[in-house]
Ligand binder design. Sequence first.
Ligand code: FAD
Length: 447
Amino acid sequence: MSAPRSLFWFRRDLRLADNPALLAAIDEGEDVLALFILDLDIAERAGDYRKAYLASSLNALDDSLKGKLAVIAGDAVLVLKDVIARYQITSVHVGQDFAPYGVSRDARVEAAGIHLNKTGSGYAVSPGRVRKPDGTNYRVYTPFYRAWLTHGWRAPVQAPKKLELVSPAPSDRQFPDWQTPTGVELQQAGEKAALKRWQAFQTGDLSEYEVGRNIPGIPGTSRMSPHLRWGEIHPRTILSSLQPGADHDVFRKEIVWREFYADVLHHYPHTSRDYYAPQFSKLRYDAPDEKFQAWCAGKTGYPMVDAGMRQLKAEGWMHNRVRMIVASFLVKDLHIEWQHGASHFMKYLIDNDVASNSHGWQWTAGCGTDASPYYRIFNPIEQGKRFDPEGNYIRTYVPELSHMVGAEIHEPWSSPTGYLHDYSIRIVDHAQERLESLARLAELKDQ
Ligand SMILES: Cc1cc2nc3c(=O)[nH]c(=O)nc-3n(C[C@H](O)[C@H](O)[C@H](O)COP(=O)(O)OP(=O)(O)OC[C@H]3O[C@@H](n4cnc5c(N)ncnc54)[C@H](O)[C@@H]3O)c2cc1C
């Protein structure tokens, strides 16, 4: 009998450190084939930004694996069957994927007779584990958070000390040549970049996080979201370096929002596209038209909204405070269903995560778990004055307003110089649309 040889199938865990599933593969095989499958279905739907980030992350992983990562394009079942036969693989190891697409793909793989040895997941506590005393799932964040803390999580594990890798055939190294679009600046991908960024944040801005996280004009947040999305770092690694204290507590709570939304999506997979609170599907919405196009392009005439939408296109990322402002504007000021905005986000975000995205949108729209009530409507002008008082964030992304100073930047229509450089005229009047939104909500209540 030939020596056992395991296959480690990298998916949303593009790292070596704190990767228990990789250690399980090493334990079981004399040597290991490291594989990433380029799923052409996903590639067709993914935007250029996500593809460029992934290509760069795969190159970084390959460097850590000393040029021995196999990358094969195709359908997961067909690729795995072929690779198992050609490389005489005796066991296949993965970290569990909880996103709906990953769940159905893995079910298809197992139905085809390929057993997946699943160890761990991309969460400190895997979705489905945190339960109420009666065994049901939580639908509200704060009790989930408390139960999550009580549940506890494992300490990180070390990177493998020894890794005997199979050298893949040259034809099995189909690295994609997906380039970052011109004029776009994506943050650096890969495990080393993730650890470096985390270390810098942990010893720097984390100590001011409670306040700093709401100010989009400063680097007050960690920007770990793309790294967590691709599993270039595990949340356990992050959690293990948090200390007692208010800023660290608030940061831990944000990490747990990610865990909560993954848990919610696990229990209600239809909420990736459908309403969590189904009555809101009956609200009167407008079809996406030229106003939607203006929103996508960052030309609504509302500086804070436009700055956010342009940051998304410039960096494939947007600050959380501004995600809420632009999402509220789409749903409450333009009366467009959240799914249109969520799809636009998924196209451009390099941290695109179906659970956090769909539920971040539904929270803001007022139809999700724990949602801010529908009648709470973000005022894009007041939000700007409060969280970007000097206009630093706006000036970074909206050059037509870069000549304006102080609070006047939030209301260019009130300034004689507001339209000096062809800044867009407001596409709607926020005060009026707020009333319209409330009127539509009242119709729903009358039904
Ligand atoms: C409309 C909308 C859409 C969103 N879409 C996504 C998405 O596709 N992918 C994504 O990762 N996050 C999404 N978020 C959540 C949040 O905006 C980002 O996680 C955050 O901006 C990432 O920046 P950061 O890493 O600097 O965050 P930090 O403030 O440094 O927080 C640390 C980590 O905590 C988690 N986190 C923080 N806030 C949230 C939150 N509100 N919900 C869930 N997790 C959170 C993230 O993993 C983040 O990396 C969305 C929020 C909204 C309102």
